[in-house]
Write a protein that binds this ligand. Structure first.
Ligand SMILES: Nc1ncnc2c1ncn2[C@@H]1O[C@H](COP(=O)(O)OP(=O)(O)O)[C@@H](O)[C@H]1O
Ligand SMILES: [Mg+2]
Length: 235
């Protein structure tokens, strides 16, 4: 479904992603792991069209999307939930969700159906739909940004560090929701610092180190590999 070939991305003189190749098949959850600064977020931003690739190619469902704007990438069915977890704090939960659906010119009725579906799928958002989003807890805001991204009806969801800064019990809760979304047929590329959580849930994983893919395989194989810790500690 998604194919990234020899991706290279620079910030000025700094080459953050040197040569990344990865693939995500339809229906899979694939995890992108690696130490802080290894290039995971940069890879995701380039897939989403938010950063321009210096070279390499991104193909989605057979279409070359390398040079598309973030809006065009979204319209093609790829939504990203950035690690910054930004809600519109002065808008209600419901208003935040409605904004997520604006990318498609749809009949009002359809947008309301999508909204109701998200409020059902994330019960806490349903309970708090009239509450200002800035007053939600971290875990609730994480649910909101995921649900808001789903309002664009993506086929592929890019999730950057959904567990960042959340207590373990909340992290388990977030993964329950992620797995519920997967059950609806959603394909996911997941960036995680929390390798244990990612490898328990994903089918396959890529481990990045210094802007390259240092290791790839089935999640169980990666979890059992002896050099995983070294890859993290070595950056
Ligand atoms: N806006 C930026 N300007 C310059 N360098 C950046 C910027 N964002 C990230 N980097 C650098 O790019 C590298 C990869 O960062 P990033 O993709 O955020 O890694 P990760 O998500 O794996 O922690 C790091 O060395 C980081 O310092
Ligand atoms: Mg990151």
């Amino acid at each position: 479904m998604l194919k990234v070939e020899n991706l290279k991305v620079r910030y000025g003189a700094v080459t953050a992603v040197k040569d990344v190749c990865l693939e995500v098949l339809e229906g899979e959850m694939v995890s992108l792991l690696g130490a802080n600064g290894s290039g995971k977020t940069t890879t995701m931003l380039a897939i989403a069209g938010a950063l321009k690739a210096v070279s390499g190619k991104v193909t989605f469902k057979g279409k070359d999307i390398t040079a598309l704007s973030p809006e065009r990438v979204l319209r093609n069915g790829i939504a990203m939930v950035p690690e910054t977890r930004e809600v519109f704090p002065d808008l209600t939960v419901r208003e935040n969700l409605i904004l997520g659906g604006f990318i498609h010119r749809r009949k009002r009725q359809q947008s309301y159906q999508d909204l109701e579906q998200m409020l059902d799928l994330f019960p806490v958002l349903g309970e708090r739909q009239g509450q200002l989003s800035g007053t939600l807890s971290g875990g609730e805001q994480q649910q909101l940004v995921i649900a808001r991204a789903m309002m664009s009806r993506p086929k592929l969801l890019l999730l950057d560090e959904p567990s960042l800064g959340l207590a373990p019990a909340i992290v388990h809760h977030i993964y329950e929701f992620i797995n519920r979304l997967r059950a609806t047929g959603l394909t996911i590329l997941l960036v995680e610092q929390n390798a244990k959580m990612a490898l328990q849930n994903a089918e396959r994983a890529y481990v990045m180190s210094l802007g390259k893919v240092a290791k790839k395989g089935r999640a169980a194989e990666i979890a059992a590999s002896s050099d995983l810790e070294a890859l993290y500690l070595g950056g």
